[in-house]
Design a protein around this ligand. Structure first.
Ligand code: UDX
Length: 434
């Protein structure tokens, strides 16, 4: 199969590289010349474990290339994937479809023979029909079908998620498009990963429903964590106790500082907006958004309490600012709520993050960046563990405590035990929901 992948952001790049690894011929297209030059030079503009090696392998095999020339990539492609951004539109929370529709127009102008135009970007219900209308209007003689193929990969585990998915969802208009999509995903199908073929709207809805459900699950356990702090109980035990019930499942029940990242905040906002537009408010999702904002703010109070109720003049070491480990992504991360609040209340903040510095320097002004946790805690009044990078899981607690002016730990990911921390010379330990 010949595939054109429009957009080399997270989803586009990972999908393009993985499709080429399936044996398909893939051309990745982006308007950003600098990005394409970087990719052509064999470098990747994002941090994703294993992606560079897989990319190099498939470029060397002649199956994967990068260009800014959309028309040449689309010409003769069996399928053209749209994987451009759908950011939250300012003002109304709706998904901004400007890039998707612009791509659809450009593809329409370049189509020379039958192709399937596949939306991989997360788009509101009804968008694929709009893409169909735009392509038909732009080029009435274009031979094409549209398909919806939402992506469920997680940052930091993207390749494995793509290669070993829980399921692939494909929304189609007819059998001809379904056959092309089945051929593209045949390598997964043959390895028994389920491929669910639906109508266009169901596929679009599945993506939002899945992300909103997961965001709800996290927010639920975060709310239970808050209650445990007041009423008693350890949220880790509670999560384990409910997670062993197969109907609930044990995943996505880690209490923490609130969800962030490039998907959950954006997609829950968009789903709430879709509900309002259809006069069917998504009350649970709307509440989840509100509660998650409150969870992030509650973390500031936890840290304040740990610091004897004042940040003024205190030095606070922050371990991790990315929204989760194994990524350089800080979008909508809890750190963006927490760190400025500490600085605003007079704290001096020192940050260490294995990959977050590049994005962090722009988004978190006024912090001191250091490269080592032990340097971060030197003479500090508290250490706050904000992202559970593996590098932070096995720190020498006694060395940390010895280096600090006031050895106090606020562990917002519950990766340490109070007993071990206190035994190592810390004066206090605060976790989440315990
Ligand atoms: C998510 C979905 O998992 C993925 O299917 C979709 O395609 C994109 O959005 P991602 O944003 O990369 O992926 O990360 P994920 O691992 O799902 O974590 C999202 C946020 O939830 C992070 O801030 C993480 O720290 C938080 N989280 C996750 C928790 O606080 N507790 C958990 O138990 C799980």
């Amino acid at each position: 199969m010949r595939i054109a992948m429009i957009g080399t952001g997270y989803v586009g790049l990972v999908s393009g590289v993985c499709f080429s690894d399936f044996g398909h011929d893939v051309i990745c297209v982006d308007k950003a010349e600098e990005k394409i030059r970087t990719l052509q030079a064999g470098q990747i503009p994002i941090y994703e474990p294993g992606l560079d090696v897989l990319m190099a392998k498939n470029v060397a095999a002649g199956r994967l290339s990068f260009t800014t020339d959309l028309a040449t990539a689309v010409d003769g492609a069996d399928a053209v994937f749209i994987a451009v951004g759908t950011p939250t539109r300012r003002g109304d929370g709706h998904a901004d479809l400007t890039y998707v529709m612009a791509a659809a127009e450009e593809i329409a102008q370049a189509v020379t023979a039958y192709t399937v135009i596949v939306t991989k970007s997360t788009v509101p219900v009804g968008t694929n029909r709009k893409v169909h209308a735009v392509v038909s209007a732009t080029n009435p003689s274009a031979a094409f079908d549209v398909a919806s193929n939402p992506e469920f990969l997680r940052e930091g585990a993207a390749i494995d998620d793509f290669m070993r998915p829980d399921r692939v969802v494909v929304g189609v208009e007819n059998d001809r498009a379904a056959d092309v999509m089945a051929e593209i995903y045949r390598p997964l199908y043959l390895r028994d990963f389920p491929i669910l073929t639906t109508d266009l709207e169901s596929a679009e809805m599945i993506k939002y429903a899945a992300n909103a459900f997961l965001a709800t699950k996290i927010t639920f356990i975060n709310e239970i964590a808050g209650l445990c702090e007041r009423a008693g109980g350890d949220v880790k035990e509670v999560a384990r106790g409910i997670g062993l019930d197969g109907r609930i499942g044990n995943k996505f029940l880690h209490a923490g500082p609130g969800y962030g990242g490039s998907c959950f905040p954006k997609d829950t906002a968009a789903l709430a907006r879709i509900g309002q537009e259809h006069a069917h408010p998504m009350q649970i999702t709307e509440t989840v958004i509100r509660v998650n904002d409150g969870v992030k703010k509650r973390m500031i109070e936890k840290i304040r309490e740990a610091c004897d109720d004042s940040f003024n003049g205190k030095t606070i070491a922050i371990l991790g600012v990315t929204f989760k480990p194994n990524t350089d992504d800080i979008r909508d991360a809890p750190s963006l709520t927490i760190v400025p609040a500490l600085i605003g209340s007079g704290a001096k903040v020192r940050v260490v993050d294995p990959q977050g510095r590049t994005e962090g320097e722009a988004l978190l002004p006024g912090v001191d960046w250091v490269s080592d946790p032990y340097e971060a805690v030197k003479d500090a009044d508290a250490v706050v563990l904000l992202t559970e990078w593996n590098e932070f899981r096995a720190l020498n607690l006694a060395d940390l405590a010895n280096a600090m002016a006031h050895p106090r730990m606020v562990d917002l990911r519950n990766i340490y035990s109070a007993r071990a921390v206190l035994k190592s010379g810390f004066d206090s330990y605060v976790g989440v929901g315990r």
